[in-house]
Design a protein around this ligand. Structure first.
Ligand SMILES: Cc1cc2nc3c(=O)[nH]c(=O)nc-3n(C[C@H](O)[C@H](O)[C@H](O)COP(=O)(O)OP(=O)(O)OC[C@H]3O[C@@H](n4cnc5c(N)ncnc54)[C@H](O)[C@@H]3O)c2cc1C
Length: 293
């Protein structure tokens, strides 16, 4: 089936791109392409689209900034749904509503301009709010789960409002990894002083200055309870390990960098690292990254 024609036929006004190269919409920059990518302009349009995709059993994948995903090599015979057009951002006192497509940078700037504190821990994390909530993104000092009050979601084609408890947040986990889309969310911040927000922002920016450069997905593995995945990988002597165009960063062993390889290279290196760490330490690392399949 020509998926682009199918989508355009049903939704003539829906912004859609034929054959979207994954290298252009993911930070790792590998992989083939998707048959079609769409960007619903409203929550209602997103709901109608999802109903059709589910009814027709058409594979689809929600993609944010593509900062934590490994796409496949070759063609993905499905629809990539992006929420970049859902970018509303407004505040009611200390409660900030952000559409799923709002970037982490835009959220931080918006909060700072209104003297609202709480989002500074997201400084420098490449993400959209939708992807950030799905992954419960953050750093040691704060995660989305600390700020979310409500999420406007799309569950099996129906718009629903989920309370924080329904989101089932965990360590790099949430209910949104199971096919429910984030359309937007209300976050609870707090009023603060310009100096404090600036100081926090500088602190979080400084902490990231030594992160590896190059194309990556950030941390590949979740830190096991009480341990650092990067330190475990380092102790196993895997810094610099390479398969094809993918290698383990020598600056941070939980980062795999691609310098021109394929998705298969990255995948093979992930499997190799996991196997080596298990053989040498008995710890089975859980992948943080998500795969488009
Ligand atoms: C250099 C670098 C540094 C990083 N540093 C950090 C860090 O400090 N802390 C941290 O937590 N992460 C970090 N990451 C990982 C990444 O930034 C986060 O996981 C972020 O939340 C991904 O957001 P995204 O919009 O890019 O989501 P994507 O990568 O596009 O998607 C990630 C997952 O979320 C799902 N998803 C995306 N949008 C939606 C939606 N609207 N509804 C439902 N599901 C959705 C996808 O299907 C996928 O399963 C880093 C990544 C890089 C490349």
């Amino acid at each position: 089936m020509d998926l682009y024609a199918f989508v355009k036929n049903r939704f003539p006004e829906l912004p859609a791109v034929r054959s979207l190269a994954f290298s252009r919409c993911t930070t790792i920059g590998v992989g083939g392409s998707a048959a079609v990518a769409v960007s619903p302009r409203t929550v209602e349009e997103a709901a109608e689209l999802l109903c059709v995709l589910l009814r027709e059993r058409i594979p689809h994948y929600f993609l944010g900034a593509g900062a934590n995903v490994l796409p496949p090599d070759g063609e993905y015979e499905g629809v990539i749904v992006r929420f970049s057009a859902l970018n509303a951002l407004y505040a009611d006192g200390t409660e900030v509503y952000c559409g799923a497509g709002v970037t982490g940078g835009a959220l931080c700037r918006f909060a700072r301009a209104r003297l609202l504190s709480g989002a500074e821990c997201f400084t420098g994390i490449p993400m959209t709010v939708g992807g950030g909530i799905a992954m419960n993104a953050g750093v040691r000092d704060g995660h989305f789960s600390d700020l979310v009050c409500r999420v406007v979601a799309l569950d099996r084609g129906r718009i629903a409002v989920l309370g924080k408890g329904d989101c089932l947040f965990g360590n790099k986990r949430s209910v949104f990894q199971g096919g429910i889309a984030v359309l937007g969310a209300s976050l609870m911040l707090r009023f603060s002083y310009r100096e404090e927000i600036e100081r926090n922002t500088c602190y979080f920016r400084m902490r990231r200055k030594d992160l590896p450069k190059g194309r990556s997905m950030g941390c590949v593995f979740v830190n096991p309870e009480g341990e650092s995945a990067g330190e475990l990988i380092d102790r196993c002597g895997l810094k610099g390990a390479r398969i094809g165009g993918a290698f383990v960063s020598s600056a941070h062993a939980n980062f795999i960098i691609s310098d021109g390889g394929s998705s298969a290279d990255v995948s093979a290196l992930i499997a190799f690292v996991r196997k080596q760490v298990y053989a040498q330490t008995g710890v089975l690392l859980r992948e943080e990254i998500r795969r488009i399949v």
